[in-house]
Every structure is written in C-alpha cells, then in structure tokens.
Design a protein around this ligand. Structure first.
Ligand code: ATP
Length: 443
C-alpha cells in the first residue's frame, strides 16, 4: 500500500537526522519527539524568521523569555485550572482514553477492536495542564504547572514591562518557548504533542472596539503573510473564524490560520485571538497588583485589551516539511527532495571534491568550504560515496546548492554549482560564489 505523505516524512526525518521518536531506545514516549541535527536547524530558522518579523524589525514589540514553571495561582487566575479541558471517552474493553471530539481518533481505536463488541464510557472533561511539585520535602512542596500556553508568562510580566520600558499603547510583547499539554490523544507526528513550542505575540491596545477590530484585522493578515513567507503555495493556507462554541474561554473573537494537510484536511496552524481584558483583569484580581495602564496624555487609567497571535513552532516545521516534500524524476531516476526556501534549509550548500582520493582536489575543496562556511555558517563538506549519492542525500536534506571541485577548478578556478530543484549545473568562478548564493538567498 502506498505510504501517506505523513508516513514518508516521518521516515525521511528519522533516516536523515531531522526528528526522532522521544526516548526511542526505551520504546518511545507518546506525544514526544526529539529534534536531530537538521531538524533543530530547520526549527531554529523558522523561529528566527518569527523573531525577525514580529519582534526585531519592529519598534513597538518587546521580546521576553518567561519561566516554564508557574505557580497554581497563575493558572487559577487565567482560568486554565477550571476551563482548560477536553472531553474524553474511555474504551470499555481496554480502558484506553480517546478525545471524544476527534472522530478520527475514535474510528482508529474502533478499528483495533473490529469484530469485538465494544462500547465507550460517557464523555467526561479532562484537564490538560501538566502538574508537578517544587520544594525539598513533601510537607513544604507546592504545586506548580508546566505552562499550558506561553501567553501567561507575558501577562504576568505586563507591569514589569510598563515599569522598565515605559511603552505607549499600542505595543506588543513577543515570546518563543515550550508549552506542555497532557493531550489525551497525541497524534499526527508533530501536530499534536505533549511538549511543543509556541511563538506568540500579545499586542495591547486601548479598550475600544474599533481600535481592537482594526488591530485584529492587521495581525490576522500579518500572520498569514508571515506563514506564506515560509514558502507555502497560494491557496494552501486559509483563515477561518471559530464558531461561538469553539472559542476558548478567554476569546471574544478567534480565527485560525489553517493548512490543508495532504491526506488529512484543513488543520490549525495559528490562532489569532481577541482576548479583551480577560488576562490582565483576572491577574489584577488574583494577584491584587494593579495591572492598569495610565495614559499620560488623556490622564486616563485603563486595562488594555489584548490581540494575540499564537503559532505552533512544531506545526510550522511539520507543515513546511509537508509543503516542501517533492518526488520527481531526474535523468530517468526517481528522487525525493525537500523544496525548502534557501533561508530555511538546514544546509545551505554542500562542497565536495569530485574524487575523494585526489589530495589536490581535497585541498581546494577544503579551501572553498572554509571560505563559504565563514560567510554563511551552515555549509557542509561532503565527500561520502560517489557524487550521485551525495546529490541524493543533499536533495533529501533540502540543500539548495551542491558545489563540486573538479580538475577544471585547478586550471581556471571555477566550480560547478548544482541547483537542487532543476538538477542543472552551472560553472561559476570561485570568487563569485558568495555573491551567487547571496543573490538567491533573499528570494
Ligand atoms: P487544537 O485545537 O489543535 O488543540 P488549540 O486551539 O488548543 O489547538 P491554541 O491553544 O490556540 O491551540 O495554541 C496555539 C498554537 O499552539 C496552535 O495554533 C498550535 O499551532 C500550537 N499547538 C497547540 N497545541 C499543540 C500540540 N498539542 N502540539 C503541537 N502544537 C500545538
């Protein structure tokens, strides 16, 4: 049977050092994945792109990195201890628990018992927060939670940002970091994990419907454009408004950016939420610290409203891989390659000597490699196997260019540079390699 795209990607990720099952030598651990050398590079580049566009290139957004562990009181204030729940049902044959609102998970489980007479328990709510304890002894330790969303780390620091940075509304606080959810049915590789990363912006505005609506529209489009910037084909992403009964407890309005996952269907990539004053108001009430903002010009005191852009890093990695995965025929041979935008590629270019056992080719190749590595950083030296094998390996990693040093290089100081997508080779003077790559890197 033909593998699904997801299966092909999971297998490529393991074979080529992108992503491995968590704690694999102990049989794996559901909902947890470890990033290998190329996966971590790809993820890093996606995060950097978020950092650049949402934070670094702007004057109105401050970066933050808050702690993962937060006390119970934070989550009571944010409403998560009470309301951060999913419905679950339990199989009466094997006691496995499954999300009651996920038809695929239910039918996958029913298939395991085909031919048996199985029933489900009544649905009940299940809290997703991951709990732990901090403190040296049982008696003095206190309950803490690994954050279920990185958002709260921003809200609890709102006053610190006001007092230290003295920002004027509107302004934002951006953050990237791990979040943890005890998902009932972790599934679909990186899509639904128990430990994952989020990249978020909380953008605070004056509490006014018109301003909030305009800001909401602005960030919806900004986030969608950002996603397309990762290289998605037109039409493969869409914006969808949540129905009233889908919205999280804090949301006055909510839209998702969705990606059409091949073999699966439209799935959430980002959430853009109008959180109103929910978080700051609740933290003011629960902490007894005044979280209001004072407008020097109008002399008004107010609790700002928050427009949130909340993106999953790992979902961006998965969707980027799905979008980039390509099978074609080159020179009558089937091949697989990752059509990643060059700025995302874990390896920007690979340098090889045509033959491994010729010291003069090796020496020149090491020189070219050293020059490019100094300039770009993520450059590989690859002299394993024959040239054909190297091309295949670099194609699967998504390396945009392979540079080969051959006997002509020793004569006229030019190299061949092969384009990943077309397989075409060009001869380029060694001295022009850096500008050749730079020109194409920014596209
Ligand atoms: P879903 O409905 O798919 O459970 P959500 O609406 O609960 O997602 P949010 O709370 O809005 O998600 O979180 C913001 C983003 O964090 C999501 O758009 C998604 O990209 C990411 N995310 C949420 N849960 C997970 C998870 N279990 N694994 C990986 N990424 C996740």
């Amino acid at each position: 049977m033909e593998q699904t795209l997801m299966e092909k990607i999971i297998s490529l990720c393991k074979r080529r050092g992108f992503i491995f099952p968590g704690s694999e030598i102990y049989g794996g651990f559901a909902g947890l994945w470890d990033y290998g050398p190329y996966g971590v590079e790809l993820r890093h580049r996606i995060k950097q792109y978020f950092w650049d566009k949402f934070i670094k290139e702007r004057e109105d957004v401050y970066p933050l990195s808050a702690a993962i562990l937060m006390p119970e009181r934070v989550w009571e204030a944010s409403g998560h201890t009470e309301l951060f729940t999913d419905p679950l049902v339990e199989c009466k044959i094997c006691n496995e628990r499954v999300r009651a609102d996920q038809p695929e998970a239910i039918s996958d489980h029913e298939k395991k018992h085909s031919g048996e007479k199985m029933t489900w328990s009544e649905p009940r709510v299940f809290n997703l927060l991951v709990e732990t304890k901090l403190g040296a002894s049982e008696a003095t330790s206190s309950k803490a939670y690994l954050r279920g969303e990185i958002t709260q780390g921003v809200h609890v620091n709102f006053k610190n940002i006001l007092d230290s940075m003295h920002p004027k509304l509107p302004f934002g606080i951006g953050q990237i970091g791990k979040a943890f959810r005890n998902e009932i049915t972790p599934r679909d590789f990186l899509f639904r994990q128990r430990e994952f990363e989020q990249m978020e912006l909380q953008y605070y505005v004056k509490p006014d419907e018109v301003t909030a609506q305009e800001t909401f529209e602005y960030w919806k489009q900004f986030a969608l454009d950002w996603y397309y910037g990762l290289g998605f084909k037109p039409g493969n992403l869409r914006l969808r408004q949540h129905a009233l009964d889908e919205r999280a407890h804090y949301a006055k309005d909510a839209w998702d950016i969705e990606y059409e996952m091949p073999d699966v269907g439209w799935k959430e990539a980002w959430g853009i939420h109008h959180r109103g004053d929910w978080d700051l108001r609740r933290h003011s009430e629960y902490s007894k610290v005044d979280m209001s903002y004072f407008d020097e010009e109008t002399k008004e005191k107010m609790i700002p409203w928050d427009i949130e852009c909340s993106g999953g890093v790992d979902r961006a990695v998965l969707f980027t891989l799905m979008e980039a995965y390509t099978e074609d025929e080159l020179g009558e041979e089937k091949r697989v390659y990752l059509k990643l935008k060059p700025f995302l590629a874990p390896v920007l270019c690979a340098v090889s000597p045509l033959l491994k056992n010729k010291p003069e080719l090796q020496e020149k190749a090491r020189n070219v490699f050293g020059m490019l590595k100094k300039e770009f950083g993520n450059v590989a030296y690859d002299d394993n196997g024959n040239i054909g094998k190297r091309y295949r390996r670099q194609d699967e990693i998504g390396t945009p260019w392979c540079i080969v040093i051959d006997f002509d290089t020793l004569e006229n100081d030019t190299v061949t540079i092969r384009d990943r997508d077309t397989g075409q080779q060009e001869r380029v003077p060694t001295g022009e390699l850096v500008s050749y790559i730079k020109e194409r890197l920014s596209v």
